[in-house]
Design a protein around this ligand. Structure first.
Ligand code: S3P
Length: 171
């Protein structure tokens, strides 16, 4: 099994989809934000606040090197900006979870913990900037992806099944 690396904008549902893939396969899942929080022993929000975005991106870089050299047979979900790492394709099969910006926002707002979901993501603090970031990233996500999954109005379970079917081609 090659690694699957899940990329996509904040709030698109990478974590939920990863949990379903794990249920429906032999993959073990890890998440780059969770790993950074463990490495730093603080929340992503606090890393941004205390040390700044540049420091956070340097941690993502360090992680990208470790993932490439040391991780196998794993489903890796990533923070929304992790796709900027140059070795994504060396890490695994790149799966992009795609949905329009307004649908992503709707999804976050529909969550029972929506306030904390928004609060923990510093780059969603300003919606105008978030939308600009989305527009800037969308073509880059699409260009990088081996597999694109449109997640709009689909359950995490259906998305996970679609992923497992489509990655077979790359295994
Ligand atoms: C970021 C996305 C976040 C987290 C950090 C930066 C980004 O992860 O890594 O706040 O640059 O898009 P999620 O995509 O899981 O929200």
């Amino acid at each position: 099994m090659r690694n699957i690396i899940l990329i996509g904008f904040m709030g698109v549902g990478k974590g939920s989809v990863a949990r379903e893939v794990v249920k429906n396969s032999d993959y073990i899942a890890i998440d780059t934000d969770d790993l950074i929080e463990s490495m730093e022993n603080k929340s992503i929000k606090k890393v941004f606040a205390d040390d700044g975005e540049e420091y956070f991106r340097a941690l993502e870089y360090k992680l990208s090197k470790w993932l490439e050299s040391s991780v196998q047979n794993t489903l890796i979900s990533t923070g929304g900006g992790f796709y900027k790492q140059k070795n994504l394709k060396e890490i695994g099969i790149v799966v992009f979870l795609n949905s329009p910006f307004d649908k992503i926002l709707k999804r976050i707002k529909a969550h029972p913990n929506s306030a904390s979901k928004l609060k923990k993501r510093p780059l969603l603090a300003d919606m105008k900037k978030a939308k600009e970031l989305y527009n800037e990233r969308l073509p880059e996500y699409l260009a990088l992806a081996d597999v694109v999954i449109d997640v709009t109005n689909k359950s995490a379970m259906d998305c996970s099944k679609e992923i497992l079917k489509k990655v077979k081609k790359y295994a």
